[in-house]
Write a protein that binds this ligand. Structure first.
Ligand code: NAD
Length: 830
């Protein structure tokens, strides 16, 4: 052949990666693996083994133990025993272990890459150049955090023993995202890999033994979904960290509800890939290839919804189809392929079923004639057009090499379509106009936004979801907080009544309000609103007094005082039960719904104000509260009977809390993450949206303000259910809000039966987060019900806080609960 012939044919020569070292390693284990518990291989108590196969040829690779609940229990015990000494090691000592693991991974990187490709089907190019280097990077990066914990996270302690369950799409990478930060912060772990892809986790176990990691610090328990369930339901874990589908995440949220276990959930996605008319179209086409055909599209943050500006759509789609026809699909160990097989026949069937459903719903399909090998789980790169925003293939995660494409006309429509999903994991935005790209990045609801790039990950940047893509972050400093708790807080161990107890059935059912005082009150003395009542003989003739003007406290919704929907009222008595202090509105479900919709309407305007502006309003609230400080102190004293001095202190501390979060309103906006990107990765701390705040009875004013101030200071809109016992402090407080320039709907207050109002908030699909300071049973219900839309929860499990203590009633924890981190990646260079 002449050089000219080569140029015209440009055929690829075969470039197979050798699988011989991996085969030798598998053979050395007789292709049968036990569980790695307490630093040793242990046969599963069930005696059962699962088979793992190569999706490129569906041949069996090896057998791995199928753990049962008894095996999980042994692993938990080993991890618990190891925790005692591991958590006491110096940060430097833990850093040395993590560093040693990172070095071992680099030393054996090719073996890891080949095993990963054999087991998962991903191309060797990806496992070799992306997965394994990132794994090593996570251990190096977290070795650094272990070293720095004593200075950078001084006021925190490890969470304890952590159960970790991971999926099959990035087997070793997901392991590293979980194990590296957990160990760095002094925790010990039991990790279960996915049943399709256990092999690299087992090689990792050997590396732990190789670096003489103390026994029990890392336990690898292979098995199926039941083994996962045995982990998430085991009572002796202090935290569960899960990555996988939203459906399973929801089950886990319910299983762990009310247990006091910490939980982080990294779930599914349906991320938009937005191409504006001024984008560099050729780069954007390459971006699409990386977005949806990387790892066969089995990527939680895959750019699976292509949104193209209408006027460039025909040109862009033509370019994309041309590029699709050059993609090479083949054996995972062939170094020249772009795509390998999908992970297993069952995944192939799911993809195929969804594509057929799309066609039945009217989609048009394009699949390039790239040629597929026979005998494996190969699915061709696929493009679906003529789809609607409501089409199943547009809303559901397909988790395969299938792209759906739609058009938009204006940037506003792009944002609307981009956000038209229950997920919120990632987005990719393509435009040469920096203003447009950044404005869109800001408005898209997602944890990672890539500008003119896609699918970038790094240990220094947190990754995680908004909405039903889960909560918690992995990577970056923000990811470390998933593995620590404040040094002053013990692990909550709430005691719940048995499930058949009447309390379960009764919780959340509205109790009828007691509208009038049951026994006649003394006619002399303090009356309504602290006025003095006169005896009846004085009601005639000279000096007669008339009944006081009624001041029934109303609800505060959308900036207005509002009568309750149910038109019921409730009396509020003084602490000794002798005096009627006031009458409050008894709010119901409809009132909560109105309050949520008022908060939603206020959300964007408020969130987009500058921090300085929000600070000014918090200061103004403080100023107006200060002007009425004595009145509030008397009110608190008459309600609680705690004494006037203590009540005055409570008001002063409340004013100080407003100052604290006014100060933070422009000082918690985010950081620059030092990732490996040549460019800038910005971690923005964004508000969560609409937050329900259920306040405790203790320190009624201080606790309520300690919750409202950080939430609104960081740009959220809130629906407040104040203390049920002392609601008058809240209804007095809305008068302060009314005079403080706070926009309508930012704070809404609904008084009434706390449990039933809480239930409505927790059930509400348009509430993004709920903070509940109340009973253990209420905490259980809040966490359980919140699984429906995966709202973030912060609950107290019935443990009272000392709100006057700045370590408990204020600080970083409150700011973190008020925000979620969005990482925006902006490459630089020409
Ligand atoms: P999956 O939810 O079916 O399984 C994940 C893991 O959970 C497996 O180890 C499985 O054995 C275990 N499991 C299954 N049922 C369980 C139960 N009832 N209790 C406890 N554990 C249980 O998910 P998958 O199919 O392995 O992975 C694909 C999903 O993972 C996709 O939805 C993808 O978007 C998601 N994912 C998310 C991220 C992220 O960071 N957000 C990363 C990778 C994958």
């Amino acid at each position: 052949m002449t050089v000219k012939d080569y140029f015209t044919s440009l055929a690829y020569a075969p470039a197979p990666e050798s699988g011989s070292t991996a085969a030798a390693w598998l053979d050395a284990h007789k292709r049968k693996f036990d569980l790695f518990i307490n630093g040793r291989w242990q046969a599963p108590k069930s005696g059962n083994y699962l088979t793992t196969t190569n999706p490129a040829n569906t041949q069996k690779i090896a057998e791995v133990a199928d753990a049962n609940a008894a095996d999980v229990d042994s692993a938990v015990k080993a991890a618990r025993a190891a925790f005692a000494s591991w958590s006491k090691l110096s940060g430097h000592a833990r850093a040395r272990y993590l560093y040693a693991i990172a070095r071992e991974i680099q030393k054996h990187s090719r073996l890891f890459a080949v095993l990963e490709s054999l087991d998962n089907g991903k191309s060797i190019r990806e496992s070799r150049d992306i997965d394994i280097p990132l794994v090593a990077r996570h251990f190096y990066h977290n070795a650094g955090w272990a070293q720095l914990m004593e200075t950078e996270l001084r006021d925190y302690q490890p969470v304890g023993v952590v159960g970790q369950v991971i999926p099959w799409n990035f087997p070793l990478l997901m392991l590293s995202w979980k194990i590296a930060p957990a160990l760095a912060m002094g925790n010990t772990v039991v990790l279960k890999p996915a049943p399709h892809t256990p092999l690299t986790a087992l090689l990792f176990a050997e590396i732990c033994a190789e670096v003489v990691l103390p026994a029990g610090v890392v336990n690898i328990v292979t098995g199926g979904d039941e083994a996962g369930a045995a982990i998430t339901s085991h009572p002796d874990f202090d935290k569960i960290a899960f990555t996988g589908s939203t459906g399973v995440g929801r089950i886990i949220r319910r299983v762990t509800a009310g247990t006091g276990k910490r939980l982080s959930l990294e779930l599914g996605g349906k991320s938009p890939f937005i191409v504006f008319e001024d984008a560099d179209l050729d780069s954007a086409v390459e971006g699409v290839v990386d977005a949806i055909w990387f790892n066969q599209g089995q990527v939680c943050c895959a750019g699976s919804r292509l949104l193209i500006q209408e006027n460039i759509a025909p040109r862009f789609l033509a370019k994309l189809k041309r590029r699709m026809s050059t993609l090479r699909v083949g054996d995972s160990l062939d170094k020249t392929v772009d795509m390998g097989p999908v992970v297993a026949p069952v995944q192939y069937e799911t993809i195929d079923r969804l594509v057929k459903l799309g066609l039945a719903e009217g989609a048009e399909i394009f699949q390039a004639d790239t040629g597929l090998p026979t005998g494996g789980c190969y699915y061709p790169p696929t493009l679906l057009t003529n789809v609607q925003p409501s089409s199943t293939v547009v809303q559901e995660e397909i988790f395969g090499p299938v792209l759906v494409a739609m058009t938009f006309r204006t940037p506003a429509e792009a944002v609307e379509l981009g956000n038209n999903t229950r997920f919120g994991l990632a987005a990719s935005i393509w435009s040469e106009n920096i203003n447009l790209a950044m404005e869109t990045a800001r408005k898209i609801k997602a944890g990672s936004v890539w500008v003119n790039c896609t699918n970038l990950f790094d240990a220094a940047s947190g990754f995680g979801g908004y909405r039903e893509s889960g909560f918690g972050r992995e990577g970056g400093k923000e990811g470390l907080y998933e593995y620590v708790r404040p040094a002053s807080e013990a692990r909550p161990r709430p005691e719940l009544p048995p499930k058949d107890d009447a309390a379960y059935k009764a919780w959340g059912k509205a109790k009828p309000a007691i509208p009038l005082t049951p026994t006649p009150l003394p006619l002399e003395g303090e009356g309504l609103n602290g006025t003095t009542k006169k005896s009846p003989s004085l009601l005639v003739g000279e000096g007669a007094s008339l009944p006081t003007l009624d001041r029934t406290a109303k609800l505060f919704i959308g900036g207005k005082q509002k009568r309750p929907d149910g038109a019921y009222s409730k009396s509020v008595m003084s602490h000794d039960g002798k005096h009627l202090l006031g009458v409050i509105a008894d709010g119901n479900r409809k009132d909560i719904r109105d309050a949520v919709s008022a908060a939603r309407s206020a959300e964007n305007g408020w969130a987009y104000r500058t921090g300085h502006n929000r600070a000014q309003i918090l200061y103004f609230i403080a100023e107006n509260l200060s002007a009425r400080a004595e009145e509030f102190a008397r009110r608190i004293d008459s309600l609680t009977g705690g004494g006037l001095d203590s009540a005055r202190r409570e008001v002063e501390l409340s004013i100080e809390r407003l100052f604290i979060y006014a100060a933070y309103a422009d000082k918690y906006g985010g950081t620059i993450q030092e990732t490996e990107l040549r460019g800038i990765t910005v971690a923005l701390t964004e508000p969560i949206g609409v937050v329900g705040l259920v306040c405790p009875d203790e320190s009624p004013l201080l606790a309520m303000i300690s919750l409202i101030a950080p939430a609104i200071g960081r740009g959220n809109s809130v629906v407040v259910v104040p203390s049920e016992k002392y609601p008058l402090v809240a209804t007095d407080f809305y008068q302060v809000l009314e005079t403080s320039d706070l926009p309508a709907g930012v704070v809404n207050i609904v008084t009434g039966d706390r449990d039933s109002l809480t239930k409505t908030l927790a059930d509400h699909d348009d509430v993004d987060a709920i903070w509940y300071f109340g009973s253990a049973l209420g905490s259980y219900f809040v966490e359980n019900l919140s699984a429906a839309n995966m709202k973030r929860t912060w609950v107290s499990y019935g443990i009272a806080r000392d709100w006057s203590d700045p370590h408990h009633g204020a600080g970083e924890e409150f700011l973190r609960e008020s925000t979620q981190v969005k990482n925006i990646w902006i490459p630089m260079g020409e």
